[in-house]
Design a protein around this ligand. Sequence first.
Ligand code: FMN
Length: 171
Amino acid sequence: MSALFTPLKIRETVFQNRVWVSPMCQYQATHGHIGQWHRSHLGAFATGAPGLIMVEATGVIPEGRISIGCPSIEDDAHANSFKEVIDFAHSQNVKIGIQLAHAGRKASTMRPWDDHRIATIDEGGWEATSSSATAFEGYPIPRALTINEIKDLTEKFSEAAERAVKVGFDV
Ligand SMILES: Cc1cc2nc3c(=O)[nH]c(=O)nc-3n(C[C@H](O)[C@H](O)[C@H](O)COP(=O)(O)O)c2cc1C
């Protein structure tokens, strides 16, 4: 018999079933804050009672966002914008996770329907950085981070994870 609709426990987290919703970029955040779009999009999945919903790639710092429309969890204010949808997911016994991300050399694009081209500073874009000054095909050459900047970035991942747990994410 299929185990699809049976619970799964990983460490202390119990998922009510094994139907999990993949993270899906929506490009609907404003300055990294999620709003009604995300609450509706993620909330609608919660009404279907999957075991887990994963929130899309979310920048641990603003420059880690993929596009100017991607969310970030750079501070408590950004983290708190997820609270309402987290609480709704929990009201449906649905676990909710967040994909902590840094887009590296593929960062700072426009939204897909604006050709996904590189955003200018005036459009809200920024200088992409990466572990080396090696461009992704069709993208500008990123600025190579220094060793200290890379160490600092690992701290940003850990701070983002702490913020995510504090606001109520399960995964
Ligand atoms: C609109 C859209 C946005 C996506 N955004 C993300 C994302 O933010 N992070 C990620 O890891 N994968 C992302 N993906 C990939 C999906 O999470 C998933 O891995 C992919 O669709 C393959 O799963 P499937 O075979 O069930 O469709 C996205 C996919 C789609 C269709």
